[in-house]
Design a protein. Structure first.
Length: 366
């Protein structure tokens, strides 16, 4: 592994991040084709998952791909799906060397792409910037390995951890600058998820605004009884931007019929202690193809995900205001009596956003 390899792989990873939130269930891969020290092709997974990054980069390189080195942020696929294998495309283009960050955990690939390349005489180097690639592809890897999407839990609260006053006022605790950052975060996820209480209290649209995105994330509402306003913003826009309602086994038939008529997808989930089972909820979303979910609360949903150890990343925006104990806490009751049982995360980033403080915490490596 050389410094040159690291430099071009860093570029491939940055290109791949451009596809996050737009190419699920496929991974957001980046590819750079280099010949004689010059970049001759660049690509990333396109909206909807196709064409793949390698195909885009090879098309740009054309005949210059012969004898080149291709830097790919994930092992090239080896199976025939809607398109031929990318490993075969690299071979057919005459690429002499492939540098990849990590192996694909999809059982249809899982080392087979590397084997195909080596069998064709292509020099293969792996493990370049593997840690960064594992973070970038965490959603895809979590889905292929655990059957569920990667979960980011975002909380925007006062200094004392409140998300609303005792009367339910919550707009706005954090600043416009923080809200703009939240929109950018939404855009990098496949779906934005809230609980039914948040949908009722805030009447959110849950869309990405003012950033010029071409594809909106799916709006997911967790509501056991489907008691989400049929005249709210989500209902009014369900035919334009996807709305998925995750409900219990016996939803009200009239409400179910009404939501389907508006264009929403209804996803039945199992119950646990009279509430939607968070583990089954995420398994259902994984089966639907989601790889990265941005959960924006409310407090009960946040507590259930944390208690079930299903949160991979915490994002917190803290405002310099105090609301007091009568305010609504950011996280609901978790039934903890021992500190040892409390979920802990590692701090990876802290920065100032306008008048607020942003912190990012990640699940510890296990």
């Amino acid at each position: 592994m050389t410094d040159t390899d690291k430099r071009y792989m860093a570029l491939a990873l940055s290109l791949g991040r451009r596809g996050q939130g737009m190419c699920w269930p496929n991974p957001a891969v980046g590819c750079v084709v280099v010949k004689n020290g010059r970049i001759v092709g660049r690509g990333w997974t396109q909206p909807g998952g196709r064409p793949h990054a390698e195909t885009v980069a090879l098309a740009q390189a054309g005949l210059l791909a012969r004898g080149s080195t291709a830097y790919v942020s994930l092992e090239p696929c080896a199976h025939h799906g809607k398109t031929p294998p990318c490993a075969q495309a690299l071979i057919d283009a005459g690429v002499a060397r492939v540098v990849s960050a990590i192996e694909d955990s999809d059982p249809r690939v899982a080392g087979l792409g590397f084997e195909m390349l080596r069998a064709a005489g292509v020099d293969v180097t792996t493990g370049v910037l593997a840690d960064q690639a594992a973070r970038d592809h965490a959603g895809f890897l979590t889905r292929t390995e655990q059957g569920r999407p990667f979960v980011t839990l975002k909380l925007a609260c006062s200094f004392d951890g409140r998300i609303a006053t005792s009367t339910g006022q919550s707009k706005w605790i954090t600043s416009p600058q923080s809200r703009r950052v939240v929109h950018a975060m939404r855009a990098r996820h496949d779906a934005v998820m809230v609980g039914a209480g948040t949908a009722r209290a805030d009447d959110p649209s849950l869309t990405v605004r003012d950033l010029g995105v071409a594809q909106q994330p799916v709006r997911v509402v967790v509501s056991r009884h489907l008691d989400v306003p049929l005249l709210g913003q989500l209902a009014r826009s369900a035919s334009e931007v996807p709305v998925w309602l995750c409900h219990g086994p016996s939803p009200d038939p009239e409400r179910a019929r009404a939501w389907r008529g508006l264009g929403a997808k209804l996803i039945p989930c199992a119950l646990q202690d009279h509430h939607i089972d968070p583990a089954d909820l995420l398994q259902q979303l994984g089966q639907e193809g989601l790889t990265r979910v941005f959960c924006e609360g409310g407090s009960a949903l946040a507590a259930s995900l944390l208690a079930a150890d299903l949160v991979d990343e915490l994002v917190g925006f803290t405002a310099g205001m105090a609301i007091g104990a009568e305010g609504l806490p950011a996280i609901g009751a978790m039934g903890l009596s021992e500190l040892a049982d409390a979920p802990r995360f590692d701090l990876v980033e802290t920065k100032i956003v306008g008048p607020d403080v942003l912190q990012v915490w990640r699940r510890p490596m296990r």
